[in-house]
Design a protein around this ligand. Structure first.
Ligand code: KG4
Ligand code: ZN
Length: 336
């Protein structure tokens, strides 16, 4: 059967990315231009700056992705793009570029939900992975437990009711003066800390056992930091980071394994920026092993935002006959 070459485009937040992927699994190129340094001085992503930077970078990034892959535009079989959720101005840059390319090449345009893209990162890292399985998607904007029944059928089993897990990492890092993005900074500081130094809250809902809430945890940590600062006492930064990280890992792991057991699945995948966290990876693997469930996660580069995962999800959408028309628009609050 002829190979299907997909050009993927991702601009939902602060990375401008384009990738060329064959048959949804084989990455020929995955160019990611990060704006992190640009936003770091503001302690978070500034939407207007992100949009302007995407406009500047999108064509050179697409060019580089094609060059690196050794593929010409004419050889591309379809163009897949993230159309939500994300920052509207940022999404629009990718959507406009993808529409223009697909239209001029007379090739199919595929719309990809960013969260489904994160899940697909696992297909690239694990060539043998096939649905069904349960996936924890935890990033700066989302925390979901999803049952993947087939490549294109998703059922949300649990979701956050307030902050996303990554958002809590970012906000706490800011209060502790650790910079942006907060996840990697907290992970580094936590290595020298005691995860049992403080007992931060772990929220559970009786009516929805797989839902999350991280805002109470975030507030508990921030209140403690402010109280210590008011008293002029030194901040035990490492212990706070380690205890906070453990509290997040505890709920993510407990809820995901609970969902996997209920669905009697033998595979759990994790995805999204927070899936880069080594404590989460190790703790999930350890707890799942006790239940005879295997845990898979994407390689680090594929955990955070990138276009290869979008091209992979796009491939399965295309195979399922899901193409978009020229009216495609950005949907900032798109749900899975
Ligand atoms: O998936 P992603 O790049 O963007 C969104 O779709 O949101 O995720 C970014 C998030 C940020 O909140 C960042 O702090 C978090 O992922 N993150 C981490 C780690 N690396 C990135 N959180 C915990 N530990 C990490 N090592
Ligand atoms: Zn993301």
């Amino acid at each position: 059967m002829k190979d299907t070459i997909i050009l993927g485009i991702e601009t939902s937040c602060d990375e401008t990315s384009a990738a060329v992927v064959v048959n949804g699994r084989q990455v020929l190129s995955n160019v990611i231009s990060s704006q992190v340094d640009l936003h770091a001085e503001y302690g978070g992503v500034v939407p207007e700056i992100a949009s302007r930077k995407h406009v500047e970078l999108i064509l050179p990034v697409i060019d580089n992705a094609l060059k690196e892959a050794g593929v010409s535009l004419e050889e591309v079989d379809a163009v897949a793009v993230t159309y939500g959720p994300g920052l509207v101005g940022a999404l629009l840059v990718g959507v406009a570029a993808a529409k223009a390319l697909a239209f001029s090449l007379n090739k199919p345009l595929i719309r990809v939900n960013h969260i489904e893209g994160h899940i697909a990162a696992n297909y690239i890292t694990h060539p043998d992975l096939e649905p069904p399985y349960v996936c924890l998607v935890a990033s700066g904007g989302h925390s979901h437990i999803v049952h993947i029944a087939s490549y294109t059928e998703f059922r949300v089993l649990g979701r956050t009711r307030d902050d996303a897990a990554g958002e809590a990492f970012d906000k706490i890092a800011r209060v502790l003066g650790l910079g942006y993005p907060g996840g990697p900074a907290i992970e580094r500081a936590a290595k020298a800390g005691n995860p049992e130094a403080f007992r931060f809250p772990r929220v559970k809902f009786a009516d929805a056992p797989y839902d999350f809430s991280f805002s109470g945890l975030k507030t508990a940590v921030i209140n403690m930091v402010h109280q210590l600062q008011q008293k002029g006492e030194p901040l035990p930064v490492e212990d706070i980071c380690a205890s906070f990280q453990q509290a997040v890992a505890d709920v993510l792991v407990e809820h995901t394994i609970g969902a996997a057991k209920e669905l009697k699945t033998d595979t759990i995948c994790i995805a999204g920026g927070v899936a880069a966290n080594s404590l989460l990876r190790e703790y999930m693997s350890k707890k799942a092993r006790e239940e005879h469930i295997r845990v898979l996660y994407p390689q680090l580069k594929l955990c955070t935002d990138n276009a290869a995962m979008i091209a992979s999800a796009g491939y399965y959408a295309l195979k399922n006959g899901c193409t978009a028309d020229w009216r495609l628009n950005a949907v900032p609050s798109l749900r899975i």
